[in-house]
Design a protein around this ligand. Structure first.
Ligand SMILES: Nc1nc2c(c(=O)[nH]1)N[C@H]1C(S)=C(S)[C@@H](COP(=O)(O)O)O[C@H]1N2
Ligand SMILES: [Mo]
Length: 423
């Protein structure tokens, strides 16, 4: 309660919260002989002393690089079943098991087109050439000599989820190709100033040092705005999966453009029209034209708890919580519906609400035990409102593959089981 009451909330909202929670939490009362009852049949429950209190635990440093408790083994990346495609495939973050807005590095989503290269940073170089006054080649040490900056941003694949059915069962199946971290590196603008851009410079073609040599063209405006060259993630060096030792990071743009294992930046007058911006990462519209260079990830949200394959233990108080984000800036509000979208109520946004980062939302709710459909709808600071799947298809047709930012409803059955309500 103290966390909720730290926020400036209206008296009527406070009354709602208190009545929603009062008597609704599924804890066992300690009145009467309950304590003696609890301890029956096990050595570890009150009033007995649990076994882990009777001898000292493992020594300090018994794990030189810490890992989660053995009881959290299920909180891992969500990997597709088809092992044959693992070289060009993706794994998803276990969104339904995570709290807050930062994705731990070990479960950050992955998308690789040619596997994960094993790069020795001593032997890695970044070449900057093309329409520049002074072509340059950098070692990792050179890159780290620039003034650094740290920023919290989400990264999302534009195929999250694709338009293609089936849509999957859990929050991770659906939109697990999004994660959020604190990124440290250098402003790309600063590095470009070192080389000096020629007046004709309009695009920068970034190339990865992976077996796919993945290549994307970035408009110069973005390169001179908030684009970064990143070498650290959540305080430690990038993981190999995330582009060690160096990647481009383009806040709010589709994940594909944040080229990992970055080896080359070529300044050009035209885009490269590489595979990843023609054959892939464009969308066929209903009239036969193609939407290309769909840079921005539009506002989106998902309820992560309760969500697919979870189960509400009993009627009573439940917090509805999830994440919202927008490539255009900050999330300004998230609304929740608990009646199949007929009416909406505003959720609380957890501080900090950062630009182009995940934002955590919370909504206190009392479940009456009847079947219900719950869903969240994000609005960003530009006023853009997250659409329903039907609204999205009405605008974009059925041939699209990327940029599905539809509202995602969950159905809760009378027995508490949560399933994907979007058939
Ligand atoms: N060199 C290179 N960069 C790449 C890719 C790749 O396969 N090779 N995949 C892209 C795609 S499609 C996405 S969504 C993001 C995924 O970044 P992550 O694996 O760190 O989550 O990286 C992008 N950068
Ligand atoms: Mo992607």
């Amino acid at each position: 309660m103290s966390e909720l009451s730290d926020h400036p909330i209206s008296a009527s909202r406070r009354r709602f919260l208190e009545s929603a929670i009062a008597g609704g939490i599924a804890a066992t009362s300690l009145a009467g002989d309950a304590l003696a009852e609890i301890g029956k049949g096990t050595e570890n429950l009150p009033p007995k002393i649990p076994e882990w209190m009777k001898t000292p635990g493992d020594p300090v440093g018994s794990q030189l690089y810490g890992t989660p408790s053995q009881f959290e083994k299920h909180v891992v990346r969500n990997v597709p079943k088809n092992a044959a495609q693992m070289i060009s495939a993706s794994s998803r973050a276990p969104l339904q098991d995570l709290d807050g807005i930062i994705t731990p590095n070990g479960v950050f989503y992955e998308r690789h087109h040619g596997g994960i290269p094993n790069i020795d940073p001593e032997q890695h170089r970044l070449i900057l050439h093309g329409l520049v006054e002074k072509p340059l080649i950098f070692t990792m040490e050179d890159i780290r000599q620039f003034p650094s900056q740290s920023r919290i941003y989400f990264l999302e694949c534009s195929g999250n989820p694709t338009y293609t059915k089936p849509y999957g069962k859990t929050a991770s199946d659906l939109v697990g190709l999004v994660s959020c971290a604190e990124w440290t590196g250098v402003s790309l603008k600063l590095v470009l100033q070192e080389a000096g851009l020629k007046p004709e410079a309009k695009w920068i073609v970034a190339e990865g040092a992976d077996a796919a040599a993945m290549t994307r063209s970035i408009p110069i405006e973005k390169c001179l705005d908030d684009a970064m060259l990143v070498y650290s993630q959540n305080g430690e060096r990038l993981r190999p999966q995330q582009g060690y030792p160096l990647r481009v990071f383009l806040p709010g743009f589709e994940g594909n453009m944040s080229v990992k294992w970055l080896r080359r930046l070529k300044v050009t007058a035209e885009p490269a029209y590489s595979r990843e911006e023609t054959s892939k990462y464009t969308d066929l519209m209903a009239d036969g034209s193609s939407r290309e260079f769909t840079f921005y990830m539009e506002a989106k949200s998902i309820i992560t708890r309760p969500s697919g394959e979870q189960r509400l233990s009993a009627p009573g108080f439940h917090e509805i919580t999830g994440i919202a984000w927008s490539g255009h800036g900050k999330i300004s509000r998230v609304d929740i519906s608990v009646d199949e979208g007929k009416s909406w109520q505003e959720a609380q946004l957890q501080d900090p609400v950062l630009t182009r980062a995940l934002t955590r939302f919370r909504f206190p709710w009392r479940w009456d035990g009847k079947p219900v459909v719950i869903q969240s709808r994000a609005t960003d600071e530009t006023g853009y409102v997250q659409p329903t799947l039907a609204q999205l298809i009405a605008v974009r047709g059925e041939n699209s593959f990327y940029h599905n930012n539809a509202i995602w409803p969950w159905r809760i059955a009378a027995n508490g089981e949560v399933t994907n309500a979007q058939v």
